[in-house]
Design a protein around this ligand. Sequence first.
Ligand SMILES: Nc1ncnc2c1ncn2[C@@H]1O[C@H](COP(=O)(O)OP(=O)(O)OP(=O)(O)O)[C@@H](O)[C@H]1O
Ligand SMILES: [Mg+2]
Length: 278
Amino acid sequence: MVVYMHQDFIRISTGIRELDEALEGGIPKGSWVAITGEPGTGKSILCMHYAWAGLLGGDPVVYVTTEAEFRDVVRQARMFGMNFESYRIHDISSRETPSETPDIVVIDIFGLLKIARQMSTQPQVDTETARKKWYAALDIETLTAAIHEAYRILGVLRDEKSKSPFKHVRLVIDSLSAFWADKPAMARKYSYDLKIATHRENVTAYLVSQYAMTTKSTFGFGLEHIADGVFHLWMDDVESAREVRRYLIIKKMRMTNHKRTAFKLEVQPGRGVVLSGP
Ligand SMILES: Nc1ncnc2c1ncn2[C@@H]1O[C@H](COP(=O)(O)OP(=O)(O)OP(=O)(O)O)[C@@H](O)[C@H]1O
Ligand SMILES: [Mg+2]
């Protein structure tokens, strides 16, 4: 685990040196960090760097991806020099039990469906039931159960009843917006439910939330209040700028005298997210 000690806190690396430095060494262990921003600003790539730093440092990783299949995450990460396939990856939707403890457990929509099916007692009889199950897959309860199952597979729970990993785990959820897409008013409650279920001393989490362009408010604004930290990403209006100019700002981070001006964010082939700025 890549850690820095600062003011008695264990700091967790974001995988991006400039960002770590702007955070007095990294994210305080056990924090919930919301990653907010409009499409194409670099949220998913930021998640890849975070997971990759975990793999390099020996932290078990749980990677929830509702946006893309993990295969595509792997492909995209490889373009930036992060070869996830050099580690043991276990897909939760797989029928096989891993012979060795994996380094990273992946939960995509198929994994969530599998867990939803296991949780449901009803046999799948008609399309209406099938449709309901699809929604159940995008349920906070299903998500919580899937994360718990991932902890079990990673061998970080002392026993079946235990909810808290005894070892530090990195959790990525890209994105949470999918869970309240059909009921945005529930975002705050869902965020609370999830926080109660997963906020643990040994879990440092990235939670992606999409920015609704129409309302200019984060889709699921509840998350920003509940999170211990917020990284906000945006880009200049492309029509007037006539180019993609991206930025990242640390809006908040508990227990941290963080940088308060925006970084310029570039996505570079072979490197991924590159931050610069005063
Ligand atoms: N190989 C590459 N080289 C350079 N830039 C790339 C490369 N691959 C992707 N990008 C840039 O990264 C952007 C995608 O970033 P990312 O997927 O992290 O966005 P996001 O914030 O997660 O968006 P969304 O909300 O749609 O999921 C692309 O639109 C492109 O501009
Ligand atoms: Mg994305």
